[in-house]
Write a protein that binds this ligand. Sequence first.
Ligand SMILES: [Zn+2]
Length: 96
Amino acid sequence: MSNDATTTTDEPEIRDCAETLRELDVFLDGELSQHQQDAIRHHLDGCMDCLGAFDFHAELKIVVAQKCNNDEMPPGLLGKIERCFGTDFDGDGKIG
Ligand SMILES: [Zn+2]
């Protein structure tokens, strides 16, 4: 079994649910390479579990961003949400 990480390949690297969900936040931030995005989309096409999690994260992120911009978020709530998801929703570089 070769484990040569230097081998370049055009095959998508992201193949399982755990890895897809791990890349989810980066994907939503648009910071993945086109190749990685394609791999995630390909996985989501065939996996309802990840698709559900992905949709939820994507919608939540949009709603939170809107509320941040509109000042509708009660003080402290954003921090709770960020800690819950481990995601920096408002883009201030810190969680909580
Ligand atoms: Zn999956």
